[in-house]
Design a protein around this ligand. Structure first.
Ligand code: NAP
Length: 325
């Protein structure tokens, strides 16, 4: 298998490389790309040193089987069609193609079947959406989802390396001014992620609405998100209120969530510090008054579950379904 990692020096790119190693993917060729700024950065993969190369149009002449992109939407819009035209399956972490009708938006545990006989660009969903749909996958299958009201508590790493650096700088008292975030994030909570749109929702909130409906292939799910940035380094948390279409018995609901692929149900509370580095999505504080609606706390490592791990799971599922190794 021939692999390209684009955005290899970033938070998601570095983690994708680590997850590829952990999953024992053994490419016959692997190359790492970044912008000109960090071309030449040393990266290690399977104990061997590599140096990132500046991404240019001819970067895909090596005819890769897969290119994992995490360099932002503009880079994806410009370069991923070039790779796809050369026969490379692109797995794109950016928002560039997520809502394009003919491009599959994939969480393998839910709609991985879309990858069979598919070649071209595959979109990886937004981080807060992935962990939410993973927890609700079997609830949707068995009871149907009518309404989701969700408030997120999103880590600064969701804004990439520069988000972590801004929190670090403010913590050290070096530069209190905000540049990545709209206000100071240290000792604060910001009820805005992305731009605020004409309808009053933010771009991050609309991603949760539209991507969830696309992944579940159900335009009738009513989704009400408030996305919030908190001074946490890694791990997004979500508080969910969910109404189902069919009634449930709470003990059955617990069994259904606990049996969902790559989801762990905990009796105890669970916080971002405890789950950082895990590939699982954790649910706790599951509770209901009436068997028609329930509340839960949902948490996952945003760089792994919300980006790198899902991208590598897409690659592995695609390779399996299309007999590539
Ligand atoms: N962080 C998350 O939780 C998360 C979750 C899901 C999806 N995503 C998405 O993943 C993408 C990357 O996010 P990140 O958090 O990893 O950001 P990041 O830490 O800022 O890394 C960005 C990467 O993109 C590269 N890059 C920037 N401009 C480029 C260009 N013109 N040509 C080639 N490479 C370029 C950077 O290279 P240099 O080192 O040279 O600057 C770096 O490797 C974004 O689209 C983001 O929306 C992030």
């Amino acid at each position: 298998m021939r692999l390209a990692v684009v955005g290899a020096t970033g938070e998601v790119g570095r983690m994708m490389t680590r997850v590829l190693e952990e999953q024992k993917v053994k490419p016959s060729l692997i190359k790492f790309f970044s912008s000109k700024r960090s071309a030449g950065t040393e990266l290690t993969f399977m104990g061997k040193s590599y140096y990132s190369e500046e991404l240019v149009e001819s970067s895909f002449d090596d005819l890769y089987d897969y290119a994992l992109f995490s360099a932002g939407a503009d880079v994806s819009r410009r370069f991923s069609p070039i790779a796809a035209d050369k026969g490379t399956t692109v797995i794109d972490n950016s928002s560039a193609f997520r809502l394009t009708k003919e491009i599959p938006l994939v969480v393998p545990e839910i709609n991985g079947g879309l990858l069979e006989n598919y070649h071209g660009i595959v979109a990886n969903p937004n981080c807060s959406t992935i962990q939410m749909v993973l927890s609700l996958q079997q609830v949707n299958n068995l009871y149907g989802l009518r309404t989701i009201v969700v408030s997120t508590y999103q880590a600064v790493s969701g804004a990439g390396r520069k988000g972590i650096e801004e929190l670090d700088r403010q913590e050290k008292g070096l530069v209190p001014e905000a540049s990545v975030f709209t206000r100071q994030i240290y000792r604060n909570v910001l009820p805005q992620i992305g731009e605020i749109l004409d309808n009053g929702f933010s771009t991050e909130e609309m991603k949760m609405v539209l991507e969830t409906r696309k992944i579940f292939d159900d335009e009738d799910i009513s989704i009400w998100p408030t996305t919030i940035r908190v001074p946490v380094e890694y791990g997004h948390s979500e508080s969910l209120y969910v109404e189902t279409r069919k009634p449930f018995i709470l003990e059955d609901l617990k069994r259904v969530i606990a049996a969902s692929e790559n989801v762990v149900l905990k009796d105890d509370i669970i916080t971002p510090l405890e789950i950082s580095g895990s590939d699982m999505t954790f649910v706790s504080r599951l509770r209901s008054f009436d068997g028609k609606r329930f509340l839960m706390w949902n948490i996952a490592d945003n760089i792994r579950v919300g980006a790198a791990t899902n991208a590598v799971r897409i690659l592995l599922r695609h390779a399996l379904l299309n007999r590539l190794s």
